[in-house]
Design a protein around this ligand. Structure first.
Ligand code: FES
Length: 148
């Protein structure tokens, strides 16, 4: 597939997520059957440049990770945590390293930073007032994709 065929949606500006912070976004995605379904995601930032995105669904009992406390990170900020039963996930890989679903993983998203925007690549999102199709990028722009 050529690069210009990948669907790229702008999710937010990079400065809307501070280093050490994680944020939820409630998106919508079209299924293969054409139905529009909720698509909750979480994006976390590590340091100045690294953004990691996952579907906001815990592999244990499919709860939102921010269930209860409304937060995504452990107190020390070193792992993602499910608020329901406390499973902890490596931020960079999404692997559950402790808790009820140890060894399973969050579903990773392909993110790109394009001209100061955090963008989601390759998902059939339904554009709304929050998201927009990023169709103005070209080969000169910096693109980082995680997990790489
Ligand atoms: S639902 Fe996440 S640890 Fe149980």
């Amino acid at each position: 597939m050529s690069k210009d065929k990948i669907e790229v949606f702008v999710i937010c500006r990079t400065d809307e997520i501070w280093p050490g912070e994680a944020k939820a976004f409630s998106l919508s995605r079209r299924t293969a059957e054409g139905e529009v379904r909720p698509f909750p995601i979480v994006i976390t930032r590590v340091g100045a440049r690294n953004f990691y995105g996952y579907v906001n669904v815990c592999p244990h009992e499919h709860s939102w990770l921010n269930f209860n406390a409304g937060t995504f990170l452990t107190a020390d900020g070193k792992a993602l945590q499910c608020g329901r039963h406390g499973a902890q996930f490596d931020i960079a890989s999404g692997l559950c390293v402790a808790g009820k679903c140890a060894g399973q993983s969050l579903t990773p998203l392909a993110l790109a930073v394009i001209a100061g925007d955090v963008c989601l690549c390759g998902e059939p999102l339904v554009a709304d007032e929050r998201t927009e199709v990023a169709n103005e990028y070209d080969d000169t722009m910096e693109i980082m994709i995680h997990p790489g």
